[in-house]
Ligand binder design. Structure first.
Ligand SMILES: Nc1nc2c(c(=O)[nH]1)N[C@H]1C(S)=C(S)[C@@H](COP(=O)(O)O)O[C@H]1N2
Ligand SMILES: [Mo]
Length: 300
C-alpha cells in the first residue's frame, strides 16, 4: 500500500487508503457476495491511483451541456433530475416504466472502481457506485428477437443548451450487443465517491462499460430499448469512419486521426509520461471471450 505524508493527505487519499484496507481484508468475501466484479487491478504499466473528485467532476465530456471539458461542470448545475423515469421497451414481452425512486429502493449500489478510457486519449480511475445492468434488465422478459440494446439519453433543449446545436443527432444514443449488456461489468451508475452522481457525470443514472471507449457510456438515460438490429449510435452517425459500433479499447487499432497506443492519466502533472493503453482497457480477462474469432480491426 502506498504511504502518504500527512501534508499530502487529501480526502481522496484517505478514501483510497480505506478502500485498500477493505480490499485487502475483504476481497474474497466481496468476490463471493458481489458476483465477483473485479475491482481495479494493480498493473505495472498503468497507474493505480484514484482520480481526484475534483478532476472527475470538472473535466467532463457531455456535449448536451457544451463541448469544452469545463462546460458540463458549469452548465449542468441546475439540471433537473427529479422526477425521472426510465422505460425498458422494444423486444420485450411487456414494456416497463420505472422511476428513479423505485430503482434506488430495489437495487443496491455498491462501489465499483473502474477505469475510464476516453477515445481522445486520456483516462481516469473512478470509484463509481452502481450495480449490474443485467439486474435491471431482469425486470423484463426479452422476446427471441432481442439481439442488441439501445440506450437513449434525455432530450431537453430547454435545459441542455448544447442540444440547440446539431453537433450530434440528439438525443444521444448508444448501443451494445445483448451479451455485452448482460456482462456483470456493464454497470448502471448511480453515484461516485460514495455520493450521489453529480449532474455533469450523468445524473441521475448513466451506463458505464469499462472496456469500451468512454463515449459508449451514455449519461442521463431515459430509455433502454431491446432491438433486433444493430443500433446506429450518435457517434457512428456523426462519423462512421472514426467511431464503430464496438469501440472496444484497443491499443492496436488507431483512430484515423491519432494513435490509441498510449494515454494521459488525468491528474498527473504535465511532465508525467503517457502510459501504455491496455487491450480492453485492462479488462481482457473478463471480456475477451465475448469477441472470440472476431477481427477487431474490422469490428472496431
Ligand atoms: N449523453 C451523453 N453521454 C456521454 C457523453 C455525452 O456527450 N453525452 N460523452 C461521453 C464521453 S466522450 C465520455 S469520455 C464520458 C465521460 O464521462 P465523465 O464525464 O463522467 O467522465 O461520457 C460519455 N457519455
Ligand atoms: Mo470520450
Amino acid at each position: 500500500m502506498k504511504k502518504f505524508k500527512n501534508s499530502e493527505i487529501t480526502p481522496e487519499k484517505i478514501y483510497y487508503k480505506r478502500r485498500s484496507f477493505v480490499k485487502s481484508i475483504g476481497y474474497s468475501l466481496s468476490a463471493m457476495t458481489l458476483c465477483s466484479v473485479p475491482l481495479i487491478k494493480a498493473n505495472a504499466s498503468n497507474s493505480n491511483n484514484l482520480t481526484s473528485y475534483k478532476d472527475i467532476t470538472t473535466y467532463n465530456n457531455y456535449y448536451e451541456f457544451g463541448t469544452s471539458k469545463s462546460d458540463p461542470y458549469i452548465n449542468a448545475q441546475n439540471f433537473k433530475t427529479k422526477p425521472w423515469n426510465i422505460t425498458i421497451e422494444g423486444e420485450v414481452d411487456k414494456p416497463i416504466n420505472i422511476s428513479m425512486e423505485e430503482i434506488s429502493n430495489e437495487f443496491t449500489s455498491e462501489e465499483r472502481i473502474l477505469r475510464l478510457r476516453c477515445v481522445e486519449g486520456w483516462s481516469m480511475i473512478i470509484p463509481w457506485m452502481g450495480f449490474s445492468l443485467s439486474q435491471l434488465l431482469s425486470k423484463v422478459n426479452f422476446t427471441s428477437k432481442a439481439k442488441f440494446v439501445e440506450f437513449e439519453s434525455v432530450y431537453d433543449p430547454e435545459q441542455m443548451k448544447g442540444q440547440r446545436y446539431p453537433v450530434l443527432n440528439w438525443p444521444y444514443k448508444e448501443g451494445l450487443r445483448l451479451d455485452e449488456a448482460m456482462h456483470p461489468l456493464t454497470t448502471v451508475v448511480t453515484g461516485l465517491y460514495n455520493k450521489k452522481l453529480p449532474n455533469q457525470n450523468g445524473a441521475p443514472l448513466r451506463i458505464f462499460i469499462p472496456w469500451k471507449y468512454g463515449f459508449k457510456s451514455a449519461k442521463a438515460i431515459v430509455k433502454i430499448k431491446l432491438v433486433e438490429k444493430m443500433p446506429t449510435s450518435s457517434w457512428m452517425w456523426a462519423s462512421p469512419r472514426e467511431y464503430g459500433f464496438y469501440s472496444n479499447v484497443n491499443p492496436n487499432v488507431d483512430h484515423p486521426r491519432w494513435s490509441q497506443a498510449t494515454e494521459r492519466i488525468i491528474g498527473n502533472n504535465i511532465f508525467s509520461p503517457r502510459v501504455k493503453t491496455l487491450m480492453f482497457n485492462g479488462y481482457g480477462e473478463e471480456v475477451a471471450h465475448l469477441y472470440n474469432g472476431m477481427d477487431l480491426k474490422k469490428f472496431f
